[in-house]
Design a protein around this ligand. Structure first.
Ligand SMILES: NC(=O)c1ccc[n+]([C@@H]2O[C@H](COP(=O)([O-])OP(=O)(O)OC[C@H]3O[C@@H](n4cnc5c(N)ncnc54)[C@H](OP(=O)(O)O)[C@@H]3O)[C@@H](O)[C@H]2O)c1
Length: 351
């Protein structure tokens, strides 16, 4: 029996982090600052027992690593020198006493590896998975859900769509009893920022340069500009909210590269504004999922979403349209999304 269960805390969550970048840093800071609050308010108790990064290796302690030390490491980008194990991510997931694996390695939208292997290994060893990485939910959602269900585990993905702005949980928990008829959203902050800057007179290239300087664009900007990031998020929404099994290739996708100042000016004259819109609509037996630039009337709440913010309009049968706006990226914001999944796990209300 571990030291932790000897303390009689049967519900203590033992966390293994795969990836130790921006989001892990945000999460560690939140957990350090809110440990007492989370215990008092939500009876949420945890230890981070293992952490792995591709270049820094793996740290493990079955009773929990020091959060202050982890915070120090993230702030100083320091190497792992204490409690080091010769494990890669798969070894860590298999061998550690973690009860939940938080997958925060780089997103790969071609085959979702190595995250898919990380998730499969976690489920095989009876561990819950919280995934900030979009790959598994965008590419192999039904397979992941089935494996999780077979082992009585959770597969939670709040961070993957609109970061910490509640989206999946908002529909599941807050809008319960409603049925979704359609949705449309601005799911990529970088392209929203670029379109906004083009409206204020910048060329596409200059606007993209500014987005890059502010850290909004991926290193390979085609993930943003060509719509693939929004496409992956839309696939996750289709899987999670509409219970569809959708492939990325089922989503017709067009980015913003073809939008010029001429388009922007034409839209302005019509009282409209260009936005990169990801949408799912249902009509009869037909379901359409697509990502494309659209000219929105200024009266549309999505037309008023500026800068790098994200937003989504959920069309429901009982309440009509509900629009949520908020940050779609950031270490703290995405760390918060992971925390919200941890709290869901703590309630046991996942399926
Ligand atoms: N940042 C955001 O705002 C945001 C929002 C929503 C979702 N996400 C998603 O959340 C995930 C983490 O984002 P981030 O911003 O924290 O990324 P990041 O700063 O680039 O960090 C990624 C981390 O993953 C590690 N890693 C990569 N491959 C690995 C492997 N095979 N085994 C172990 N560790 C591995 C990297 O290790 P090394 O540094 O040692 O290579 C690094 O520590 C990504 O999938 C991202 O798409 C991010």
């Amino acid at each position: 029996m571990s030291m932790i269960s000897n303390k009689g805390s049967a519900r203590k969550h033992l966390i293994a982090l795969v990836g130790f970048g921006h989001v892990a840093k945000g999460l560690c800071k939140i957990l350090l600052e809110k440990r007492d609050f989370l215990k008092e308010e939500y009876q949420f108790e945890f230890e981070i027992v293992a952490v792995t990064s591709r270049s820094r290796g793996t740290m493990f302690h079955p009773a929990g690593l020091s959060l202050s030390y982890l915070n120090y490491l993230t702030l100083n980008n320091a190497p792992f020198v204490e409690n080091v194990r010769e494990w890669d991510a798969v070894d860590m997931i298999r061998e550690s006493n973690a009860t939940v694996v938080i997958e925060l390695a780089h997103t790969n939208l071609v085959d979702a590896e190595p995250a898919l292997t990380h998730c499969r290994t976690a489920f095989k060893t009876g561990k819950h998975v919280i995934c900030g990485n979009k790959g598994p939910a965008a590419i192999a959602y039904s397979q992941m859900k089935a494996l999780a269900k077979k082992r009585g585990c959770a597969f939670l993905n709040e961070a993957t769509v609109m970061s910490g702005t509640p989206t999946l949980s908002f529909y599941r928990n807050t809008l319960q009893g409603n049925q979704l008829t359609s949705l449309k959203g601005i799911l990529n902050g970088a392209t929203n920022f670029i379109l906004g800057k083009m409206e204020s007179g910048l060329t596409f290239d200059n606007a993209a340069e500014e987005a890059r300087e502010l850290g909004y664009l991926e290193a390979d900007m085609s993930a943003d500009v060509d719509g693939h990031d929004a496409q992956a998020k839309l696939a996750i929404l289709a899987n999670e909210l509409f219970d569809l099994t959708i492939e990325l290739s089922d989503i017709e996708t067009k980015g913003i590269a073809s939008i010029t100042q001429v388009h922007i000016e034409d839209a302005r004259r019509e009282g409209k504004r260009w936005k990169l819109i990801a949408s799912i609509s249902t009509g009869g037996d037909k379901i359409t999922a697509q990502v494309r630039p659209e000219k929105l009337d200024l009266s549309d709440p999505l037309a008023q979403v500026n800068g790098s913010l994200n937003a989504i309009t959920l069309s429901t049968d009982l309440l009509g349209d509900i629009t949520i706006t908020g940050p779609g990226a950031g270490g703290t914001e995405t760390g918060y999304a992971v925390l919200s999944d941890l709290l869901t796990l703590n309630t046991g209300a996942y399926s």
